[in-house]
Design a protein around this ligand. Structure first.
Ligand SMILES: Cc1cc2nc3c(=O)[nH]c(=O)nc-3n(C[C@H](O)[C@H](O)[C@H](O)COP(=O)(O)OP(=O)(O)OC[C@H]3O[C@@H](n4cnc5c(N)ncnc54)[C@H](O)[C@@H]3O)c2cc1C
Length: 304
């Protein structure tokens, strides 16, 4: 949402800087599902997460300053706006931190540095797994999406602790039709060791003591992410209980700080990209009204 908000802010003539704690912008679409075909973004029949981010990024190149590898940890109000980490001064702030700094839930078994090299939480280049056997652990959309994408390159074993998957039924149907994909449910990982250059993982069938050992070249862990909004609370922002509270103009309880995207919640909100784009437009329009109360605000891009 930050990328689109910056583009819309630039259109209104505002000087904008984007901060991202990761080494690349793009949030969840870029890191969690770069290869998934997103089918619910207006205008595109479908577009991959990675292509959507590329387009948003290209739109703001040369217009907006982007500071990656920069985690915003401190925000302090002063007479001219806000001090960010003692480094930057801004008149207004839009928080678009989504689920927070990405911290994947870790694979729960004891590991070694050698084994860790074969455990993945993000994948940028699935072709690296060509002709390998890959275990995917998890049962939500991420696990299913990785299953579909990686099956183009590798043999897949998808391991989930429940019989039913939590993700899209169409993805489960697709996986069921693929010869190089095996769905192993309901199983939990119990022990892991490196043996004959393979990651050998003992699985326990849930509800019984049946054990099954499977060998993998690599595993992908898709157990979800922990959100960390505690940081935001330290800035004095009201949360409800884990999301940011906003009014109809996306204003937080602190005058001058706005919030959009998955970081916020209100009755009826759904965590989708299209809605976040709209929230960015509401927030920038409110910021324009706050910064330039004397101006008659032009709303449509053709008149700005
Ligand atoms: C598997 C999966 C599939 C999905 N599929 C769809 C779909 O098909 N269609 C759809 O519309 N939506 C989909 N979504 C939801 C969509 O991805 C989110 O609604 C959207 O990414 C929210 O954008 P955001 O900018 O609010 O947050 P994010 O995408 O989470 O981006 C937040 C950014 O803020 C950065 N950040 C966090 N804290 C700090 C900090 N303190 N300092 C600096 N930077 C920070 C992070 O590094 C990150 O880059 C899906 C989500 C998942 C997980």
């Amino acid at each position: 949402m930050g990328l689109f908000a910056a583009d819309f802010a630039h259109l209104h003539g505002l000087n904008t800087i984007i901060f991202d704690s990761l080494n690349e912008v793009g949030g969840q679409p870029n890191w969690l599902y770069p290869f998934k075909q997103i089918a619910d973004i207006p205008v595109f029949d479908s577009i991959t997460g990675s292509d959507l981010i590329k387009k948003l990024h290209n739109n703001i190149k040369d217009k907006v300053t982007i500071q990656t590898n920069y985690s915003v940890e401190k925000v302090k109000k002063n007479t001219t706006g806000f001090k960010i980490n003692d480094d930057y001064q801004a008149k207004t702030i839009i928080i678009a931190t989504g689920v927070g700094s990405f911290k994947p839930k870790k694979f729960p078994l004891k590991s070694t540095p050698e084994i860790n090299n074969r455990i993945h939480y993000y994948i940028q280049n699935p072709a690296l797994f060509k002709n390998q056997t890959v275990g995917i652990f998890g049962g939500g959309d991420s696990a299913l999406d990785w299953g579909v994408e990686l099956s183009k390159y590798a043999n897949i074993k998808l391991i989930h602790r429940r019989k039913e998957f939590r993700g899209l039924e169409s993805s489960v149907r697709k996986l069921n039709t693929l010869d190089n994909v095996e769905l192993l449910t309901p199983y939990l990982p119990k022990n892991m060791e490196l043996k004959n250059d393979k990651l050998s993982i003992e699985l326990r069938e849930v509800g019984s003591n049946n054990l099954l050992t499977q060998n993998f070249d690599q595993i992908v862990v898709a157990y979800g992410f922990r959100s960390d909004n505690r940081l935001i609370k330290q800035w004095g922002i009201d949360l409800t209980p884990s999301h940011i509270k906003v009014d109809q103009e996306m204003k937080t309880n602190i005058d001058g700080i706005y919030a959009i995207g998955d970081a916020v919640n209100y009755p009826g909100r759904v965590p989708v990209i299209g809605l976040g784009f709209g929230e960015a437009q509401i927030a920038i329009t409110a910021i324009m009204r706050q910064l330039f109360p004397e101006k008659t605000l032009t709303i449509h891009s053709t008149s700005i």
